[in-house]
Ligand binder design. Structure first.
Ligand SMILES: NC(=O)C1=CN([C@@H]2O[C@H](COP(=O)(O)OP(=O)(O)OC[C@H]3O[C@@H](n4cnc5c(N)ncnc54)[C@H](OP(=O)(O)O)[C@@H]3O)[C@@H](O)[C@H]2O)C=CC1
Ligand SMILES: CC(C)(CO)C(=O)C(=O)O
Length: 323
């Protein structure tokens, strides 16, 4: 099995790095200055205890890869880039390559299934950072992350089991699950807070906590209205247990993946597929979702205008809601 990591940022870089350290065959797809640094110096993988510089081969696009049987794609770009990336992948790799969506949200798997017959969803519980070119950070040791996975839309096959085994040998906890999307919907509800942390400086203020609670309450209501089956908070808490041991380190205290997009000034954020997923389902089911819509809009505005992360106040968002 060769792992093609498509999008070697926080999640893809750390995942590719850990698989490489475990002796797996890995190829990274990256771009811009990040690709240049990886090729020139190797991928720098930092965790709270060690720093490694890893000579992992890297290319700029799927078209540069000599595809062969046994390749598996680990798709780890933000959802807003998924459609374009999948089109490039399908053109280069053909429809038979298995694609594993190591991403938040619930939209990627469906997009992938348009092009590829074998698609896996991964519930990504893996705090990671990518703040500067050439460098990725794993915040949890000794277990880097929990990466439960299953076939999309449901089921477990030999591929899922083989993937879980390799991940388990590379500092991850990974269980094949026949109902992976139920877990990913619970993770989606958790990620509704990403936008608040990305937007406001006072993300632990009462006003911010109220916004997060309101966004999640809308989410729960909408998912129930849409008949979406979600694992309970208790199941999710039990699964997480004490597995992750998170230490933030380095010069910059990184926020969520959405915060990191703003910090790096990428020009876009994933919010249309996090809070925006709730807005979409709300529109389809006739349930109002004003809090998620505000968070979606403000995140996009900040990303488009190159605004710094955490540059608003939670009270301003409350005021915009008329609260
Ligand atoms: N970071 C975290 O802690 C967690 C993230 N996640 C999820 O994991 C997924 C990945 O997030 P994350 O790793 O943070 O994102 P990053 O932005 O750090 O990494 C994605 C990388 O892919 C690159 N990229 C995008 N499109 C292409 C392309 N077409 N060709 C080559 N490279 C490309 C990006 O480049 P560029 O920077 O130029 O855009 C970036 O380097 C998201 O769904 C996120 O929500 C889940 C749990 C935790
Ligand atoms: C849960 C959290 C915030 C972990 O970093 C995450 O999923 C993200 O950054 O997108």
């Amino acid at each position: 099995m060769r792992f093609i990591v498509y999008g070697a940022g926080a999640i893809g870089g750390v995942l590719g790095g850990r698989l490489h350290q475990a002796g797996q065959d890995v190829m990274l797809i990256a771009r811009g200055e990040h690709l240049h640094r990886i090729r020139r110096d190797g991928l720098r993988l930092e965790d709270p205890e060690t720093t490694a510089t890893l000579p992992i081969p890297a290319v700029a696009s799927p078209a540069e890869i000599d595809w062969r049987d046994g390749d598996v794609v680990l798709l780890a770009i933000k959802t807003n880039g998924t459609a374009a990336a999948l089109a490039d992948l399908a053109a280069a790799a053909g429809p038979d390559v298995p694609v594993c969506c190591v991403q938040n949200g619930v939209a990627n798997e469906r997009l992938a299934l348009r092009h590829f017959g074998t698609v896996y969803g991964v519930c990504v519980m893996m705090p990671a950072g990518h703040l500067e070119p050439g460098v990725v950070q794993a915040y949890s040791v000794p277990t880097t992350g929990i990466l439960d996975l299953g076939r999309y839309p449901s089921g477990v096959d030999a591929g899922a089991t083989a993937l879980a085994e390799r991940l388990a040998a590379a500092t991850f906890v990974a269980q094949p699950r026949p109902d992976i999307m139920r877990w990913k919907y619970r993770k989606l509800l958790m990620n509704l807070a990403n936008a608040v942390g990305a937007l406001v400086a006072d993300d632990d203020s009462d006003e911010a906590v109220t916004l997060i609670d309101a966004a999640r309450a809308e989410g729960e209501t909408v998912l129930a209205a849409a008949g979406v089956d979600v694992v309970s908070m208790a199941e999710d808490r039990e699964r997480r247990g004490e597995i992750l041991r998170i230490t933030r380190f380095g010069r910059t205290r990184a926020g969520s993946s959405s915060w990191q997009s703003l910090y790096r000034g990428t020009g876009s954020v994933e919010t249309d597929y996090l809070n925006g997923e709730i807005v979409l389902l709300g529109r389809l089911t006739g349930v109002p979702t004003p809090v998620n819509e505000l968070l979606r809009r403000r995140s996009n505005e900040l990303a488009r205008t190159g605004g710094a992360p955490a540059s608003l106040r939670a009270a301003d968002l409350h005021a915009a809601l008329g609260g």
